[in-house]
Ligand binder design. Structure first.
Ligand SMILES: [Mn+2]
Length: 486
């Protein structure tokens, strides 16, 4: 770790500690998970833990105890072990945790219970995110155990508080150093999408194009994908989280690729949709142009002070206008919006925060109101349209409703009970069966870029990824530098 990197983590811990006051935070690392038999999934550190420590090993816990006289940042880690390190790789050990990662003190992980107890005895609040893993039982037992200490006049924990809201507000706005890493992730991902357009050909399998995308990620310095790549051709583009990537592609297919890499623990998230044989058909192009118009309009709305929901409202209005014009919806634009008919073809949100995690942490609403954008926030804008390949008709209910109310009901009643109620209400409404023009069936298009809110507007971090019909077709026609199967 460079001294500049170390300074980043020290600064983050300082800001976190200020918010903790005299509380004690317990932040666990990610655990290794079994893939099959004695083989593990590739390890990726928990983002909250990495954000505070920069420490990249499993079986570790960080304590942040700002009111402690000496041990304000303590790491519990796997001790050095020559034999284990020969098999599984280098460990920093307790020595490295202090020397490299700047811990005030470090101990072997098996001393956690005893030492955590000493810290907790003096603190009224333990900040720990319940429900995230193996340390839950440990923390609950400890707090229960120390109840008796209060009768003896020790502070002892009265509260287990979620540190998430504090940490996630810190993670929501990019510092210049963080932004530099995310920019790099975006630039690499941009190059990978352009290469996929050059590389793909009819007759290839989706996974071959996936290999081209991920080759560019690795060869330009990204150690890891930000999420499993979606490489969805033809009708598969209508499956939102399709990751099988095994279909053989044919001329006339569209190929939707949703893939982004990680660089310096920051994610990029790009989607492009292009014709496998390099030329959009007229219906494909018509749908594509609608999605593109919606995406550009939504991006144009991004600037400080604008509420986050404006992005979605802008996208869905433009998409709905396009759907009506293409004959995919039975009513006019205003009805289609109020009755949410567009959801037959656009069933997801327009975007999400993007940071260390691809679907990053951070609240979208504050006291129920959509939050205003601020400089340093990064989010995706990814409208899409998906026309079911198998249905000749679609059913539309003539009923206005508020999505906000439906969300609230889901929170109050739970998803299953709320859904039942929604179905009952819908059954009472009149409905229209609308024929889907056959030329659009099976077309799925999504276009996604990553947007930084700046002081006076926004910046598209993934700019330069081919996007207009002309840019896409031109890039598809370029030769690829990557080898193809003979
Ligand atoms: Mn996304």
């Amino acid at each position: 770790m460079t001294s500049e990197e170390l300074a980043t983590f020290i600064d983050r811990r300082r800001r976190f500690a200020e918010a903790l006051g005299d509380g004690l935070a317990v932040v666990p690392a990610a655990a290794e998970t079994v893939r099959n038999n004695d083989v593990h999934h590739s390890f990726r550190q928990a983002s909250d833990f990495f954000f505070l420590t920069g420490f990249d090993e499993p079986d570790a816990v960080a304590l942040i105890d700002p009111a402690h006289a000496k041990e304000r940042f303590v790491l519990f880690v796997r001790p050095r072990d020559r034999e284990m390190e020969i098999w599984n790789g280098h460990r920093a050990g307790v020595e490295g945790a202090v020397a490299t990662y700047g811990a005030d003190a470090a101990y072997p992980i098996d001393q956690l219970d005893a030492r955590l107890r000493e810290h907790a005895l003096e603190r009224e609040t333990v900040y720990y995110r319940l429900g995230t893993g193996a340390a839950d039982g440990r923390v609950v037992r400890l707090v229960t155990d120390l109840r008796a200490a209060r009768a003896r006049g020790f502070p002892a924990p009265r509260r287990i508080e979620d540190p998430g809201p504090i940490l996630h507000e810190l993670r929501l706005r990019r510092s210049p150093a963080e932004l530099a890493r995310q920019r790099r992730a975006c630039a690499i991902s941009r190059d990978a999408h352009a290469e996929a357009m050059r590389y793909a050909q009819p007759g290839m399998h989706e996974y071959e194009v996936q290999a081209a995308v991920e080759f560019v990620f690795r060869s330009e310095g990204s150690p890891r994908d930000a999420y499993p790549s979606i490489v969805a051709s033809g009708p598969n583009a209508c499956i939102l989280h399709y990751v099988e990537n095994r279909r053989r592609m044919a001329a006339g297919d569209l190929l939707l690729i949703d893939a982004g890499c990680e660089y310096g623990y920051h994610a990029a998230d790009i989607t492009r949709t292009f014709p496998v044989d390099g030329r959009f058909t007229a219906p494909q192009r018509a749908v594509y142009e609608v999605v593109l118009r919606a995406q550009l309009a939504a991006i144009a709305a991004a600037r400080p002070g604008v509420r986050y929901e404006v992005i979605h409202d802008t996208a869905r209005r433009v998409l709905t206008e396009g759907l009506v014009a293409l004959g995919l919806l039975p009513r006019g634009v205003d009805d289609s919006l109020a009755m949410h008919h567009y959801r037959e073809f656009f069933m997801h949100g327009t975007g999400h925060w993007l940071g260390m995690d691809v679907h990053d942490v951070g609240d979208y609403r504050v006291r129920r109101a959509s939050r205003p954008l601020e400089p340093g926030m990064v989010f995706t804008v990814e409208p899409g349209l998906y026309v079911d390949p198998e249905r000749e008709t679609a059913t539309f209910w003539l009923r206005e409703y508020s999505e906000d109310e439906q969300w609230e009901r889901r929170l109050r009643l739970g998803t299953a009970a709320a859904k039942k109620l929604e179905d009952e209400e819908r059954a009472k409404a009149e409905k229209i069966t609308h024929r889907i023009p056959p030329e659009f069936r099976g077309i799925g298009v999504r276009i996604e870029d990553d947007i930084l809110v700046t002081a006076d507007g926004h910046e598209v971090l993934t700019a330069g990824t081919p996007k207009t019909v002309d840019e896409v077709e031109r890039t598809c026609a370029e030769p690829s530098r990557l080898p193809r199967r003979a």
